[in-house]
Write a protein that binds this ligand. Sequence first.
Ligand code: 3HC
Length: 389
Amino acid sequence: MPTSEQIFDTLVLPYLNHAVRMYEADYASVADIDAGMRFGCGYPKGPLTVIDELGAAAVRDKLAARFAETNDHLHEPAGLLDRLAIEGGTFADLGAAAGATTPELKHDIEKVGVVGTGTMASGIVQVFAQSGYDVVVIGRSEDKLAGVTAYIGKNLDRAIAKGKSTEDDKAAVLGRVTGATARDALADVDIVVEAIAEDLDIKLELFRDLDGICKQGAILATTTSSLPITQLGACTDRPADVIGMHFFNPAPVMKLVEVVTTPATSADVDETVKALCAKVGKVAVSCGDRAGFIVNCLLFPYLNDAVKLAESGEDLATIDAAIKETAGLPMGPFELLDVVGNDVSLAIQKELYGEFKEEGFAPAKTLEEKVAAGELGRKTGKGFHDYAK
Ligand code: 3HC
């Protein structure tokens, strides 16, 4: 039976290596990679800080030992690890050299539209309404719209029970939310955030429609985690106003938003969206239009590796406990898979496999089987763990 340390080495070292490769490829900055994992997944530290603490040489050597065992390219130490190990220097030094700026609102944002009534959409409506914005939410039926207010109401009731909110606050937040079943209600919003089905044709139809409905200058944002935002922009007459805003689950709690620009997105829209994130208490990181962005690209291969480790006979609860203990993560991999949903996780892993063509990213067989069996996680009462009362 592997020790907690062996479980850490098997699951966490490849994730650290992957983060270094992401930085080496110039996809994201040191600060954004670390902020991504801290604020998107509640990790106590970002992966590059973890490497600084463990020492680049120690991480390189452990990876090299693992690579000798597996011959998996994903375990081959990244070149930069070797350079830091030999020449000295840290990721903190590399990050400090990049500097930072404070974004400003270049467009007035007073009224926000949200399209969708699922978990992410409901959480996003709550985020904006709680920050004082009037929000128009578009759903396919009155029942679905009622689900959004019920979700927010439940969250606020929990906060009231903990003495962190009041009935008056709850009434004020819910009072700022207006539901509609017709998209025309979005004609006068300053920004639309869509969180509907993760399907390109469905989103293309929506973006074409929003282009016709929304006033000139309105920003059109998508929460997609895997579809090409460039294509969503290109189907409108305003690709400069189209941008990605990838929130994390649960949206009212996780502080991260990945702000994804396409080659056509204007610098003003990018800056405005980042400033808006700060206004609603979120931390924005920048990344380009590529499947997985920063966080999913680092997170899901690690979750998939955990499933593969379980397939080799390791107990789920032992893996969950080892990761929480050794890496200090808020949830073990199977607890998190059950929160995200195995269907969502499988779809993301397939996208990553398609994008990067790494054999090690091939979805784990058990993940496929869980989805085929309808064991999707908390939302179906059973996933890797059982939630039936
Ligand atoms: N909605 C709203 N608020 C919630 C919530 C929910 N679903 N779940 C928990 N909360 C609130 C609680 O009310 C509490 O608020 P308070 O501090 O103001 O009282 C706070 O969150 C902490 O909750 P708890 O004390 O009940 O529980 P935990 O301490 O276990 O924290 C957690 C819960 C914040 C979810 C924590 O476990 C965590 O950070 N987990 C990691 C989640 C993660 O990795 N998400 C990213 C998934 S990937 C993704 O979303 C990308 C997409 O493309 C799939």
